[in-house]
Design a binder for this molecule. Structure first.
Ligand code: ADP
Ligand code: MG
Length: 337
């Protein structure tokens, strides 16, 4: 078989496709950048499930013209400097790939102003090439618009799901950010304001907003602190359940994690208190010493490796059982039977 070196343009598009797996991945990366830029107010607007239009505005530190041009280059980041920093990451981003990847497969416009700049800089990119630079008036912070995702890779564009499905996936990502951050978040979908969350509102209120069928009293609070990890959050009364696991939302060091193990451990804590095929709500934050967690294993960062996960899982299960037994009448009914 003839082995050929792929042209750089093809390599770049393959790499972009690995970061930009769908419109939700664009929203996730841009939102994380806004948090990393210390924003406390973030507005997300999408149209057509993000396929034609995504805009994220933040009031964070902003970028100069030079910084904007650098930020869309591959492997440029302000967040780590060398390999040692990889083991002590306090930001969402660190690969320096997202803006480069997104700009390569869309029409992107970045408008940004640092607080000491007199005017904002606005640069338009098509397929990562800057096509115009303007000085404009704008608030402090950054606005990134992403239009026509995969316009230059029709084969990939075809693989985007329907606007309804892509849009739902974006809404789910936004809900995770609402739960995991304390910033103000406005989320506008096809011209409709879906969420308007003020900063620093209590977690339980956010849970009741995202799951409007629930109320405060449906939940019990978890809050324990061990030497190298903490577990915090809210779990529902065993009778407050869904027929799927969409309300089981777990975060490790504030990153959303989808883990079959965690689903299983969570429900095993409820044990016989659950009716069959019913799934309780659990919005739980694990804070683990970063030295014990490797977030570098999955490019989408949905999976992590924990060196002593068994210890945490056992503690989690016991914590759920103790909480439910103390706070519900289930023990009585079980003893009577
Ligand atoms: P990473 O987040 O891994 O560093 P990105 O490609 O997402 O890589 O971003 C590259 C760089 O661009 C960031 O390190 C940051 O310096 C800058 N940047 C991106 N988004 C913003 C933003 N919203 N506000 C300020 N700076 C930003
Ligand atoms: Mg980033």
């Amino acid at each position: 078989m003839a082995i050929v070196k792929l042209p750089e343009s093809v390599i770049m598009k393959i790499a972009a496709g690995e970061v930009v797996t769908g419109t939700f991945a664009v929203v996730k990366e841009l939102f994380e950048n806004a948090i990393d830029a210390h924003a406390d107010k973030i507005t997300v607007e999408i149209k057509d499930g993000g396929k034609t239009y995504i805009r994220i505005t933040d009031n964070g530190v902003g970028m100069s013209e030079e910084e904007i041009l650098l930020a869309v280059q591959p492997h440029t980041t302000s967040k780590i400097k060398d390999v040692n920093d990889l083991y002590n990451i306090h930001t969402y981003g660190f690969r320096g790939e997202a803006l480069a990847a997104i700009s390569r497969v869309s029409r992107m416009k970045i408008t940004s102003k640092r607080k000491d700049d007199d005017v904002a800089t606005s640069i338009e990119f098509v397929g990562s090439k800057p096509i115009s630079t303007k000085k404009t008036a704008a608030q402090n912070g950054t606005t990134i618009e992403v239009k026509d995702l995969f316009f230059n890779i029709p084969a990939r564009r075809k693989f985007l799901k329907s606007a309804a499905i892509e849009g739902r996936m974006i809404t789910e990502i936004i809900e995770k950010f609402i739960l995991a951050t304390n910033v103000g978040i406005d989320y506008i979908k096809d011209g409709k304001l879906i969420y308007s969350i003020s900063k620093n509102i209590p977690l339980i209120e956010k849970i009741n907003t995202i799951f409007p069928e629930t109320k405060k009293d449906d939940f019990f609070e978890l809050n324990i602190e061990e030497s190298w990890f903490k577990i915090k959050g809210f779990i529902s009364h065993p009778r407050v359940t869904r027929n799927n696991r969409t309300a089981q939302i777990f975060f490790i060091n504030n990153r959303y994690i989808r883990s079959g193990d965690l689903f299983a451990v969570f429900e095993s804590g409820y044990g016989e208190m659950l009716e069959s095929r019913r799934h309780p709500y659990g919005i739980v934050f694990f804070e683990i010493d970063p030295k014990e967690v490797d977030i570098n294993v999955h490019p989408q960062k949905l999976e992590v490796k924990i060196s002593e996960s068994r210890i945490i899982y056992n503690k989690f299960k016991r914590l759920i059982r103790e909480t439910l037994i103390n706070k519900t009448t289930f023990r009585m009914s079980i003893n009577v039977e």
